[in-house]
Design a protein. Structure first.
Length: 288
């Protein structure tokens, strides 16, 4: 196998069942230079040890997943959610400082779905805007970018009331681009007839905080959350999307983030190798 694309980053979700030590090892052993981490494996070992392990790996740190889930109305649970996001901001800053040169302090935000018993989609989206306004000061002080991730509309009820890149950018527009940006994830935005226009807008506004890739293939899994495939295995046009992101000025690492039961059941070494091959075939030809 040829050397992996130097811009490839393995999002830890792709090798979900690997603990932090294993995830760092198999990524580095494959010749990949970057990794995006998830909070649960980091917290299993503790932030200080996780930061040391990342530093020892020599890998760049690309994103921390995830913050958000703050569509709840005022009350104790919303306060707890905001406090948890402040901890996530601290984790992101610490890990970015521990990663190799070129690491980025980006915390991916999944907005959250409708609260139980609610049908107020507009109100839920306003509470997302309010929560980001509350957290923006903490993020700025820590040098962290909050990346609002729009999710496919099928997740609007339970995971993310922000469904399009345009909606994410409208929320981010109230804040400095280094404080609040957007995550461009091919799985979630490929279908949007305005996606190329919105990617160009994100570039003009300096708000592409991360570019994440995986593929869409039907039929969806019984749990639609687990329907993300290796790039090139489905119907997404990675050429047009990747060229749009590049033309918008994004020149940092690109994460592959896959949620799929069959991928998770495979050995992490195999998954990382297959990911690098898929990325080389589907994404790399469209990079400068």
């Amino acid at each position: 196998m040829n050397a992996p694309d130097p811009r490839l980053s393995i999002n830890q979700a792709t090798i979900k069942h690997a603990d932090l030590a294993t995830a760092l090892r198999v990524t580095a052993d494959a010749g990949i230079h970057a990794i995006g981490l998830w909070r649960e494996p980091v917290n299993e070992v503790g932030l200080d040890l996780a930061a040391q392990m990342l530093a020892d790996s020599g890998l760049r740190f690309t994103t921390h997943c995830r913050g958000g889930f703050f569509t709840l109305p005022e009350g104790r649970e919303r306060i707890a959610a905001l406090d948890d996001n402040r901890r996530a901001i601290e984790e992101t800053a610490t890990l970015a400082a521990a990663g190799a040169e070129g690491s980025t302090a980006v915390l991916v935000l999944v907005a959250g779905g409708l609260p139980a018993g609610s049908r107020d989609l507009i109100g839920a989206r306003e509470r997302v805007r309010d929560a980001i306004g509350t957290l923006a000061t903490d993020a700025e002080a820590a040098g962290v970018t909050l990346a609002i991730e729009p999710l496919h509309p099928m997740y609007a009820s339970d995971r993310a009331v922000v469904s399009t890149l345009g909606q994410a950018l409208d929320i981010a527009a109230d804040f400095a681009p280094e404080v609040v940006g957007a995550a461009v994830d091919t799985f979630h935005i490929w279908w949007d007839p305005q996606v190329l226009e919105q990617i160009a807008r994100a570039g003009r506004e300096g708000r592409i905080a991360t570019y994440q890739v995986c593929d869409w293939k039907t039929p969806l899994a019984a749990d639609p959350l687990l329907s993300r495939h290796y790039p090139g295995d489905g119907v997404i046009d990675f050429g047009s999307l990747t060229r749009a992101v590049v033309d918008a000025g994004y020149d940092r690492d690109i994460e592959v983030e896959i949620f799929h039961a069959d991928v998770w059941a495979d050995a992490p070494e195999n998954v990382v190798r297959r990911t690098a091959e898929a990325f080389a075939a589907a994404v790399s030809p469209h990079l400068p």
